[in-house]
Design a protein around this ligand. Structure first.
Ligand code: PLP
Length: 264
C-alpha cells in the first residue's frame, strides 16, 4: 500500500468571500477505485486474517458501500476470498459498486433490511456465518479496533505541522484513528455526514480506552449532514461545482463535500 500520497495546498474563494488556503492529503489517489481511508481501515484486518490463515473474509454494507468495494479489491490482492452481505434486494443489473466488488471475486448475499439490522445478533451470525469455516468477519464500514489502529498511520511526519485536521465521519473509525495518532497540540475535527449523533459512544464500544485520549482539543461538530446520509441540497452541489472549477478537485456529495463545506 502506497502511503506517501501528496499533500496538496489549494486556495479557494467561495462566492467572492474570504480566500481560504487548505492543505489536502490526497489519499484518494492511493487507488483508482477505492477511497484511501477504506484501505487504512482494512490493512490490519487483512493482515490479521492472513496471520490466522482464514480463507474467507465476510463483511457487510449497503449497495453503494465503498467499504464493500474496498474489501473486495484489497482481499483479492492478498488472495483471500470475500463474501459481502448486502442490505436490500438483489437487482439483475448491478450498480457500479457491486459490479466492481463482483469483478474482484466477491460473493454477494442479499438480506432484507429487517434481517440486516440484526446482523450483530447471535442468531444471524449462526445462520450466516457458521457455514463458513475459517472466516474472518469485518463489521460494516470496517468499524472495529483494527480499523481504528490502521487509521493511525494516515498521519505522519508531514502532517505534524498542521494545527487542525478535518475529517468526514461515517462510523467515526477514521476520526478515532486520527485522534489516537495526533501530535501534541494538534486538533482533530470530525464532521458527521449523517444525523446519527452517538458516534462517540459507538467508538467507545469498540475502544473503551478512547475516552481518556479524546480530550477537549478534538471535536465532533454536528450539523453539516445536509438532511442526512447521502442527502444533499443545491447549496452543497453548488459548492462542490465551484470547488472543482477552482481547484480541479472533485469532492463527493456524501463525505468530502460536506466536510469541506464546513471550512468555508
Ligand atoms: C468512508 C469515508 C469516510 C467515513 O469513514 P469512517 O471511518 O466510517 O468515519 C470519510 N471520508 C471519506 C472520503 C470516506 O470515503
Amino acid at each position: 500500500m502506497k502511503t506517501n500520497s501528496p499533500i496538496q495546498e489549494i486556495v479557494f474563494n467561495h462566492k467572492n468571500s474570504v480566500e481560504y488556503s487548505i492543505s489536502i492529503k490526497r489519499d484518494d489517489l492511493i487507488d483508482e477505485f477505492v477511497s484511501g481511508n477504506k484501505l487504512y481501515k482494512l490493512r490490519l484486518n487483512i493482515e490479521s486474517a492472513l496471520k490466522n490463515r482464514d480463507e474467507t473474509i465476510i463483511t457487510f454494507g449497503g449497495a453503494y458501500s465503498n467499504h464493500i468495494a474496498a474489501t473486495a479489491a484489497f482481499a483479492q490482492k492478498k488472495g483471500i476470498k470475500t463474501i459481502g452481505i448486502i442490505r436490500g434486494e438483489a437487482h439483475t443489473v448491478l450498480n457500479p459498486t457491486l459490479r466492481f466488488a463482483r469483478q474482484c471475486g466477491m460473493e454477494l448475499k442479499y438480506v432484507s433490511r429487517a434481517e440486516y439490522r440484526l446482523k450483530e445478533s447471535i442468531e444471524f451470525q449462526l445462520k450466516f456465518l457458521s457455514s463458513y469455516k475459517n472466516a474472518f468477519v469485518i463489521p460494516e464500514g470496517g468499524a472495529n479496533y483494527l480499523g481504528i489502529e490502521g487509521c493511525k498511520s494516515i498521519l505522519d511526519e508531514r502532517t505534524a505541522k498542521f494545527d487542525y485536521v478535518f475529517v468526514a465521519m461515517g462510523t467515526g473509525t477514521t476520526y478515532a484513528g486520527l485522534v489516537k495518532a495526533a501530535y501534541e497540540g494538534q486538533s482533530i475535527i470530525g464532521l458527521p455526514i449523517h444525523k446519527h449523533d452517538k458516534l462517540l459512544d459507538d467508538i467507545l464500544k469498540i475502544d473503551p480506552k478512547f475516552g481518556a485520549i479524546h480530550h477537549h482539543r478534538h471535536q465532533i461538530v454536528s450539523g453539516y449532514h445536509f438532511g442526512g446520509y447521502a442527502k444533499y441540497t443545491d447549496e452543497l452541489l453548488d459548492f462542490i461545482r465551484s470547488f472543482h472549477e477552482q481547484t480541479t478537485i472533485k469532492l463527493d456529495p456524501i463525505y468530502t463535500g460536506k466536510a469541506f463545506f464546513w471550512n468555508v
